[in-house]
Design a protein around this ligand. Structure first.
Ligand SMILES: *Cc1c(COP(=O)(O)O)cnc(C)c1O
Length: 421
């Protein structure tokens, strides 16, 4: 559920007309709804209500905007970070270090030092060489690093191949079948305090069965590790819960269904549970607002050319992702159309032969469910400045990331002196 609704024939976000934001900030622009963020946090929490003090660490890569992170920090969420940059952004937004988890296969020694300096809650290790490096870094600082191994359970998440992470051929985690050896080696590393097990099998999961299969494997491993004398106190079940993108598709499992499954599977586990939701918290809380530049005749259907492009919202070209596209002020008329951006790539296509509100040059359209993996993946391809972002609460709104001037792109490069006149 979100707070983007039609009022008197025009889309509003909470109590703010989308058109008012477009007029003031220009397009394209990402717009986030605070009430939707709050709702998703409370629904996710409610799903886990019967667990004892779970740590909910928002996956920062889904939406690292400072205002979004500050909203989630005030709601008590922690952060799952995958780089030193994300760690600093989470801390700057007010997320306490003891709610921060550091994931990712390529943490550098500098990033490890940074995270140890801040005193984060847990490092999720993804290989034995990484464990050795972290132990050395921690020892050099006179510290012990709290760690879990991310295990690769070899489970097919049933999602798009590019967002599947839990198959044995994926780069993530340590092989499940070798986990006992890896943990035994980690115990002998003096810079590590081995406290947990972690798993994350992929994103936009629309079926609980692969998650349950992975969690059952984690549970069995926790038992074996404790029997082998490891003091396992945490189990991090990752993120991955899907959100509804296409209203004609069946709804993905709800946070309540997910929470009930987790509660059932983990009831005897003697550990603190951790979660790393990203998309399910921010996905439906954001929309990308864009204006139609022109409509061009196509062979089969007209091309609606909008001022947003693949550099603003990469998901359709990267993962064939489907976003609902709605006119901000629909006339009621609908027809098949293709929606494309201005970038010089055929991949800069948001929808082909889609039944859509009929729109004309100058009309506003909203790409729905763009709050996760939207602005965060934006780039400047075709020398298009990064997309600005706006946060709404009730009848108030603020620009939370300004549109950079094109001069910033130009001045960002330097011409070496042998080329300067
Ligand atoms: C991306 C990621 C998440 C969040 O995934 P969602 O599908 O957005 O919930 C959680 N944990 C790790 C390790 C990730 O890489």
């Amino acid at each position: 559920m979100d707070h983007f609704d039609y009022v008197d024939g025009a889309m509003q976000v909470e109590q703010v007309p989308m058109a008012a934001i477009a007029d003031a900030v220009g397009t394209p622009v990402y717009i986030y709804s605070t009430a939707t963020l709050e709702r998703h946090v409370s629904v996710f929490r409610a799903g886990l209500a019967s667990l004892d003090n779970p740590l909910i660490a928002f996956a920062v890569k889904a939406n690292p905007n400072a205002a979004v992170l500050a909203t989630l920090a005030q709601l008590g969420l922690g952060a799952d970070v995958v780089s030193g940059g994300e760690l600093l952004r989470a801390v700057a937004a007010g997320i306490p270090a003891d709610r921060i988890v550091f994931s990712g296969v390529g943490k550098t020694a500098d990033e490890m030092r940074l995270a140890l300096d801040h005193g984060i809650f847990q490092f999720n290790l993804e290989s034995e060489p990484e464990a050795e490096m972290l132990s050395d870094v921690a020892l050099s600082m006179g510290r012990r690093a709290p760690v879990a191994y991310r295990i690769n359970p070899d489970v097919d998440a049933g999602t798009h191949a590019k967002i599947s992470t839990g198959k044995s051929e994926n780069k993530f985690g340590i092989p499940y079948d070798r986990a006992l050896e890896s943990y035994a080696a980690a115990r002998d590393l003096p810079g590590l305090d081995v406290q947990g097990v972690a798993v994350h099998i992929g994103s936009q999961l629309t079926d609980l069965a692969p998650l349950e299969a992975a969690f059952v494997k984690v549970g069995a491993l926790v038992e074996k590790l404790r029997a082998a004398g490891h003091d396992i106190r945490t189990a991090d079940l990752g993120g991955g819960l899907g959100v509804p993108y296409d209203p004609s598709q069946p709804l993905p499992p709800s946070p309540a269904d997910y929470g009930a499954m987790v509660t059932r599977v983990t009831q005897d586990w003697p550990v603190r549970l951790m979660f790393e939701p990203g998309r399910v918290i921010v996905g439906n809380a954001g929309a990308l607002l864009s204006r139609v530049v022109r409509v061009k005749q196509g062979a089969k259907a007209p091309f609606v050319i909008v001022d947003a492009a693949m550099n603003d919202l990469l998901r359709p070209s990267l993962y064939d992702a489907w976003h609902d596209i709605r006119a901000v002020a629909p006339t009621g008329e609908r027809a098949a159309a293709n929606v494309v951006g201005p970038v010089c790539e055929t991949g800069d296509t948001f929808a082909m032969h889609r039944d859509l509100d009929v729109v004309q040059a100058g009309d506003l359209v909203a790409f729905m469910t763009a709050g996760a993996y939207g602005a965060t993946m934006a780039g400047t391809y075709n020398s298009r400045p990064l997309t600005p972002e706006v946060l709404v609460t009730g009848d108030k709104w603020a620009v939370v990331r300004a549109r950079p001037p094109i001069e910033a792109l130009i001045e960002g490069d330097t011409i070496p002196d042998w080329l300067a006149q």
